[in-house]
Design a protein around this ligand. Structure first.
Ligand SMILES: [Zn+2]
Ligand SMILES: [Zn+2]
Length: 317
């Protein structure tokens, strides 16, 4: 068990070094199309090997199904840009590689000082397992709503989260285009919540699979659902739909609307709900004012560059 984990950590570390090295090359050798393709292939390869290393077959199946739907019933047709694909997969792989050791050390720390079945002791209660899962999901989603609100309302958090909004096209791979700091923040807080509620390790893993596989992919899949030329369905006010989250990524959406991840009713309760409208073919995605380098290295360094730039301007003023 220990040997398998050490082997995983070594493979993750080597992948991280390779990924960051190839991601830095385009910044030194710009305008080289062949290099762009090489880095895309390398990102795809590393992303897939990390999934297979964890034997996440269900995850891979979900991704393939989403891609299948995007080919046959797309919301918008794109000429896929290899830089965008490379960035989504590269950032996804970096987040995954950095999340593992952080979660490993956090788990070790929590196990040493707090029992897994402590806190509210949900696991040892008489509450049925599915109800336990639902309670854990609702509380985690409430936490994620406010984390997302914070990311849109404070400049420090926005410099981390805007990487997720940087892509000009929406597709299921976009789900993994997140700065590793944001990935680590959401997964670590989910783990801490598991200890506070006292849920079992199985339930924690089950929720991680649900959020990563069903929710994250379905929120970003490029399909026009529910169709915008029909009345918005009543259940769209309860759960997040692909078009509800896609609207969050458009230029037409208010800067802090449609923040929910699973239950759209949080947006309804806190006054941040916007109904998607218009022809999805006209929707524009991306970040309006900000510009930053379209390279993996540039996107990873962006929050730190913003902090340095703020420090310099406050020193000069
Ligand atoms: Zn956002
Ligand atoms: Zn998103």
């Amino acid at each position: 068990m220990q040997e398998t984990l050490s082997l995983k950590l070594i493979v993750y570390a080597i992948s991280l070094i390779v990924l960051i090295t190839i991601s830095m090359l385009p910044t030194f050798l710009e305008q080289r199309r062949d290099l762009k393709i090489t880095s895309t292939i390398a990102s795809v390869f590393i992303f897939l090997s990390l999934i297979l290393l964890d034997q996440q077959w269900i995850f891979l199946g979900g991704l393939v199904l989403a891609m299948f739907l995007e080919v046959f019933i797309p919301r918008k047709n794109y000429n896929h840009d290899s830089t965008e694909i490379s960035l989504s997969l590269g950032l996804g792989a970096c987040g995954k590689m950095l999340m593992l050791p952080v979660n490993f050390f956090l788990l070790d720390y929590l196990n040493t000082y707090y029992p897994m079945n402590g806190g509210l002791r949900l696991a040892s209660s008489s509450i049925p397992i599915l109800l336990q899962l639902f309670i854990y999901l609702v509380i985690t989603d409430f936490k994620d709503y406010w984390l997302h609100a914070l990311a849109h309302r404070t400049s420090g958090f926005w410099s981390i989260h805007k990487i997720h909004h940087g892509a000009a096209e929406m597709n299921c791979l976009h789900a993994y285009r997140e700065h590793p700091i944001y990935d680590i923040g959401t997964s670590a807080s989910q783990l801490v919540l598991a200890y506070c509620l006292g849920v079992s390790m199985e339930l924690y893993i089950m929720l991680s699979v649900i959020l990563n596989l069903i929710i994250n992919i379905s929120n970003h899949v490029n399909i026009n659902y529910p169709p915008t030329d029909q009345d918005f369905p009543w259940w769209g006010y309860i759960v997040v739909t692909p078009n509800f989250h896609a609207w969050h990524h458009t230029f037409s959406c208010r800067y802090d609307a449609n923040l929910a991840n699973v239950f759209s009713c949080w947006d309804l309760f806190f006054g941040t709900f916007e109904t998607p409208w218009g022809n999805p073919d006209d929707w524009q995605f991306g970040v309006r004012q900000d510009s930053y380098p379209k390279s993996l290295y540039g996107e990873l360094a962006e929050p730190f560059n913003q902090i340095l730039a703020r420090d310099t301007s406050s020193t000069n003023s």
